[in-house]
Each structure stands twice: as structure tokens, then as C-alpha cells.
Design a protein around this ligand. Structure first.
Ligand SMILES: [Cu+2]
Length: 89
């Protein structure tokens, strides 16, 4: 299953997505600046997962094959952006 998150106004919407293992989350950036969706939060390497740069109008997807990838995530460039992926057991 694919879950969609829109990035707009420096916020992830919805801020929390609850998914099943193996599902995909797709982020779409509607802001004029580049964002990422990157775990863990606070964002610092080594990353559990990372969309890489998402430019305006672009989509990037991550498939959550590892339950340990659940938790809060943020943006590499903007420290106050915060979202969360919950993975059902
Ligand atoms: Cu950002």
C-alpha cells in the first residue's frame, strides 16, 4: 500500500502516518525550497532512511521493509520540521 505525505509550509501533512511493514510512503514537496524526509530525528547520520533532496513538485518514496525504521523523522535542512512513521507489527 502507498501512503502519501505532502510537504507544505515547512510541515509534513499528515504529520504521522501509520503503515504496515512493506508499505511505501511517498512525499510530495509543494514548497518552493528543497526538503527531505530523513530518519532519525533529530536528523543526523548515519541515517536509517533518507529520501534525499525533494525539489518543488517532486515525489520521493521509501518502502519500509524494516520495522526498526519506524519513528520520528525530519528534514536535513530545517531542524524544526518533524514527522513520524508508525509501523504496525
Ligand atoms: Cu526542509
Amino acid at each position: 500500500m502507498d501512503h502519501k505525505v505532502v510537504i507544505k509550509g515547512m510541515q509534513y501533512a499528515p504529520s504521522t502516518v501509520t503503515i504496515s511493514k512493506g508499505d511505501t510512503v511517498t512525499w510530495t514537496n509543494e514548497d518552493g525550497m528543497i526538503h527531505t524526509a530523513t530518519s532519525p530525528f533529530p536528523v543526523k547520520p548515519p541515517y536509517a532512511w533518507n529520501t534525499g533532496d525533494i525539489k518543488k513538485g517532486e515525489n520521493k518514496s521509501v518502502t519500509f521493509t524494516d520495522p526498526k525504521w519506524q519513528g520520528k523523522y525530519g528534514c536535513i535542512y530545517h531542524g524544526r520540521m518533524q514527522g513520524e512513521v508508525k509501523i504496525n507489527p
